[in-house]
Structures are given as C-alpha cells and as structure tokens.
Design a protein around this ligand. Structure first.
Ligand SMILES: C[S@@+](CC[C@H](N)C(=O)[O-])C[C@H]1O[C@@H](n2cnc3c(N)ncnc32)[C@H](O)[C@@H]1O
Length: 216
C-alpha cells in the first residue's frame, strides 16, 4: 500500500538524519555542495522547499549562521525535529504543501530544495516554479538538488507505476502519497526555463542525485 506523504515521513523521522547520512550515496558531499551555492551575505533570505529536518540547512548555517530561512514542509514531525535542532537560528517554518503556501513577491535572495521534488510531475511543478520565480528578488536563484532518472523511459515507467498503484488502491486525487517519480534532469531544466528562469545549469552530480542552479 502507498503511504500518505506526511505519514511516511512522520513514521521515519526518528533516525531520518542517520539513515540519510548512511544510505544516500555520498550525501555529505551533496548537502555541503548545495549549501556552498547559497548566499553568504549576513541576513540573506532563503526559502527551503521540503526542508524536512534541515540536513542542507545544517551545512548552510555553518557557512552563514545569520541567514534568515523560511522552511516549508508537509510533515509537522520533520519540522519539529528541525526546530529542536536549531533553536537559536532565524528559521520560520510553515507546515503545508509548497504547492499551496503563498511565497510572496521578491521576498528571497535564493531558494533551495533537496530530495523532495522528485515526487511530482511537470503539471505540478510548472505553476510552482512560476510562483517561485516571482518570489525571488532580482538576481535571485534556485538551487535544486534531487534524485533524477537516467532516461526518458525510466521517467515514464515511474509515472505509469504511480498512476497504476493509485488506481489499483483507489486513492483520492487530492492527497499526496509517497512514491518516487524522478524525471530526467533535462526535463527538469526545460520546466524551469518554461517557468521563466533565464538560465539553468547543472553544477554537480552524484550517481542519481544532481544539483541544478536556476537564475531568475
Ligand atoms: C526526503 S525528505 C528531504 C528533506 C530534506 N530536504 C533533506 O534533504 O534531508 C522530503 C521532504 O519533502 C517533504 N514534502 C514532500 N512533499 C511536499 C510538499 N508538497 N510540500 C511540502 N513538503 C513536502 C516531506 O514531508 C519531507 O520532509
């Protein structure tokens, strides 16, 4: 049975950081690398989509302890772990879906997302990326580190499987369920460009994890 997205992460919050550090290939490298691309100026405003327990933020606060971070996540338990970890940092948390939460206009110097958006389709991401584009200040940018498919065939297979499982289990359309549907990094780049980003580059990759940087 597919699990609801928030139930899936609530059930795994204890030990989540250790699991990610131990089992995700070379994770310490991509968390540190992602953080190294975020703004270094004091008081920089950064939006984190699907921040979870904040593994990327741990690395970022080492570089910029005075950053002001807004973290959005569906799972209250993940946000509680994040807040417990960083009681002295300027973090605003929002428990909700990044598809629904308003981001504001020209509010952030940069945005980041790590290992969260591979659950969603182009139809879901395009309006999200347009909203994100509007939320970035002039000169702002988005650093996206995520799990990607190697080929179009793989991408199509995961999407078909999700639709098949949802149908088989008679799941409602308006609830998120946990199932990985990575797209190719090339497809992700095209969506970011369609949303209005002026330049999208791939800056790093670790097996199936790639880091993209999209400029407003
Ligand atoms: C694999 S965790 C990644 C957490 C953190 N960024 C990291 O790399 O350790 C994925 C996170 O995305 C969150 N998430 C999934 N879908 C979401 C949505 N639509 N809106 C907000 N958060 C979401 C989950 O609750 C979970 O905390």
């Amino acid at each position: 049975m597919l699990e609801r997205m928030d139930d899936f992460f609530t059930a795994r919050v204890d030990g989540y950081d250790e699991h990610m550090r131990q089992y995700v290939e070379e994770d310490s490298k991509f968390y540190a690398y992602t953080a190294s691309l975020l703004p270094e100026e004091e008081g920089a405003e950064v939006l984190d989509l699907g921040c979870g327990t904040g593994l990327e933020l741990e690395a970022y606060f080492d570089i910029n302890p005075a950053a002001k971070v807004t973290g959005i996540d569906l799972t209250e338990a993940m946000l509680k772990a994040l807040k417990d970890k960083f009681p002295d940092k300027a973090i605003t948390t929002v428990c909700g879906s990044y598809f629904d939460v308003p981001f504001g206009k020209e509010a952030f110097n940069a945005a980041v997302s790590v290992e969260s958006l591979h659950h969603f389709s182009e139809e879901e991401k395009l309006p999200l990326y347009k909203k994100l584009w509007e939320a970035l200040k002039p000169g702002g940018y988005f650093v996206l580190t995520d799990f990607y498919a190697d080929t179009d065939d793989q991408e199509a297979y995961f999407r078909r499987e999700l639709l098949r499982l949802r149908k088989e289990q008679n799941l409602p359309n308006d609830v998120f369920y946990h199932y990985d549907t990575p797209m190719t990094a090339e497809h992700e780049k095209r969506i970011l460009l369609s949303a209005g980003f002026s330049k999208v580059e791939e800056l790093g990759s670790w097996d199936t994890t790639h880091t993209l940087r999209a400029e407003k």
